[in-house]
Ligand binder design. Structure first.
Ligand SMILES: [Fe+2]
Length: 549
């Protein structure tokens, strides 16, 4: 499983927008071929740099996403299902070196050995080869009644301690070598914490600890959400063979609303003192999942959205592991990505990219991607919620408890004493949010996002100012940018003192893709590095500064 973005471009805001465009773009007149198998380039490819890369930019930007969709005579149904293809852009001494390599997990190896898709993914159920005998088919069916999930980790990267892992959202992650992109150990979360699913969007604190959460399904008769912390392990304390995951600590468990239908979630929020978890009415039906193989439907069909139900917002005290005493809820929505969260004047404020329904997933079926008509259904909106934490709950029913001047977000007390939260819409048609991560959990101003138009392909990136609501955009004709990653300048001054990196698929005839480097303050080009090979559509990236290696 893995989710990206989509929406239709219907600007409704009158706030100022500054455009930086070369030629006349953006344009989606040319189509990206999502279904095509991409070729890996494991040997280093030196890029041709135009402009001057700052001397302080030393590190590797890892990117992850699906790259192979047809194996033998079989094809995945959904873009997210494709075999994980990792890319890296290494910046050193003004040069950029590019590599790409398929993740060689068990799923990849088994598929290659059979020359067909033999491991099921979220959108594609794999069935026995019709030429196999009956006993072999029966064993395959039995194995799939209690499915062993895929280790095709094509969504993101996570750092636990000193180790880097490719991840999707199953209980398996794959350790990788971030320099060569080689695939290393297969790690099962269940060895350390009983989760069947876990996010590929953890948080990190300034000490280097990693925080993540997962769902434990029907374990000892209970289904719950588990938050855990993996301490940054000092090199002196453990040898190379001892992963930081061995020191995993469970910091909180939140019971699920129902035993057999846990909420699907893709990320969560974190401030200095709190964890924010959105239990949305977009749920996995576990019984349906258990019988999906027999019924010849994919697992994605076992996800159900219930718009008549509320969305619960859980606010958990990190120190005690307990939820705060106030109950918060909002209307039904579907959230994949949290942007940031912070505390101020007795409130927790958090920003997310929210949809009215889960139709986003449907858009990324490879058949649907070939059409453009289905794309104006789902509009991603960046929404701000404010949760009063220190508040006088003796106030009257119907009263808004939010006392912040700068947001229209509200939290109105209902007759049961719960707070009904209504968000402020900050901006629309944006996804894949990134911030200056030094401001994660703190009051912040800037967010960098992709803008999505009348196509699944992002055509622009934007810097959005939460205070002034000003947008600055970058686009170029027939150029499709990836998630924009902010890199802070060492000892920089101000939140936007740094660079924004985005890899660009260039559909202009005769031109190659490039890594675009923007000055984050002005959102203007500093340099671009043309890679003389094809670049690919992907999901998420992780920057490793060289000092971390
Ligand atoms: Fe994501």
């Amino acid at each position: 499983m893995g989710f990206v973005f989509l929406g239709s471009y219907k600007p409704v805001f009158s706030h100022p927008t500054i455009f930086f465009r070369k030629r006349i773009g953006p344009s989606t007149s040319m189509a990206y071929n999502y279904a095509e198998n991409k070729e890996e380039k494991p040997d280093p490819v030196k890029a041709e740099v135009k402009g001057n890369l700052p001397s302080w930019l030393h590190g590797t930007l890892l990117r992850n996403g699906p790259g192979m969709f047809t194996i033998g005579k079989t094809t995945y149904n959904h873009w997210f299902d494709g075999m994980a293809l990792m890319q890296s852009f290494t910046f050193q001494d003004g040069e950029v070196i590019y590599r790409s390599r398929y993740l060689r997990g068990d799923t990849y190896k088994n598929n290659m050995a059979a020359n067909r898709i033999v491991v099921s993914e979220m959108g594609t159920m794999a069935y026995p080869d019709p030429s196999k005998n009956l006993i072999s088919k029966a064993i395959t069916f039995l194995n799939n009644t209690v499915p062993d999930f895929t280790d095709n980790c094509g969504s993101n990267f996570i750092r636990y301690g000193k180790d880097y892992y490719a991840t999707s959202e199953t209980n398996y992650i794959r350790k990788i070598d971030p320099t060569t992109l080689e695939t290393l150990d297969k790690v099962d979360y269940q060895k350390y914490v009983p989760v069947n699913l876990a996010t590929s969007h953890p948080h990190y604190d300034k000490e280097g600890n990693t925080y993540n959460m997962g769902t434990s399904i029907a374990e000892k008769g209970k289904t719950k959400y588990i938050f855990f912390k993996v301490p940054a392990t000092a090199a002196a304390e453990t040898g190379k063979s001892s992963p930081a995951l061995k020191r995993l600590e469970v910091i909180s468990t939140v019971p699920c609303r129902s035993l057999l239908s846990p909420s699907y979630y893709h990320s969560f929020g974190m401030t200095e003192n709190y964890l924010i978890f959105i239990e949305q009415p977009f749920k996995l039906d576990i019984l349906k999942m258990a019988t999906a193989y027999m019924r010849k439907v994919n697992w994605a069909s076992c996800l159900k959205f219930s718009p008549e139900e509320n969305t619960l917002i859980h606010l958990i005290d990190k120190k005690t592991g307990k939820e705060v005493g106030i109950k918060y809820y909002t209307d039904a929505m579907v959230v994949y990505h949290h942007v940031n969260a912070f505390e101020e004047d007795g409130h927790v404020i958090f920003d997310v990219i929210a949809y009215d329904d889960p139709s986003l997933y449907h858009v990324f079926y490879l058949d649907v991607l070939k059409q453009s008509s289905a794309l104006d259904k789902c509009v991603p909106r960046c929404k701000r919620f404010a949760l009063p934490v220190q508040t006088d709950m003796t106030l009257d029913v119907g009263e808004d408890m939010v006392k912040l001047k700068y947001t229209t977000a509200s939290a109105v007390k209902d007759k049961d004493g719960k707070l009904h939260c209504q968000p402020e819409v900050l901006c629309e048609n944006v996804e894949l949010p990134r911030i200056n991560y030094d401001f994660n959990g703190k009051k912040y101003r800037y967010v960098y996002l992709t803008c999505v138009g009348m196509s699944a392909v992002a055509t622009k990136i934007v810097k959005f100012d939460n205070e002034t609501k000003e947008r600055i955009e970058w686009s170029e004709e027939n150029c499709w940018p990836s998630e924009p990653v902010f890199i802070p300048r060492p000892n920089g001054e101000g939140e936007d003192d740094g660079l924004v990196l985005t890899s660009i698929i260039n559909a202009n005839p005769g031109e190659s893709g490039f890594m675009l480097v923007l000055d984050a303050k002005s959102f203007t080009e500093v340099a671009r590095a043309y890679v003389k090979t094809e670049l690919y559509m992907d999901m998420h990236g992780y920057f490793i500064p060289f000092k971390d290696n």
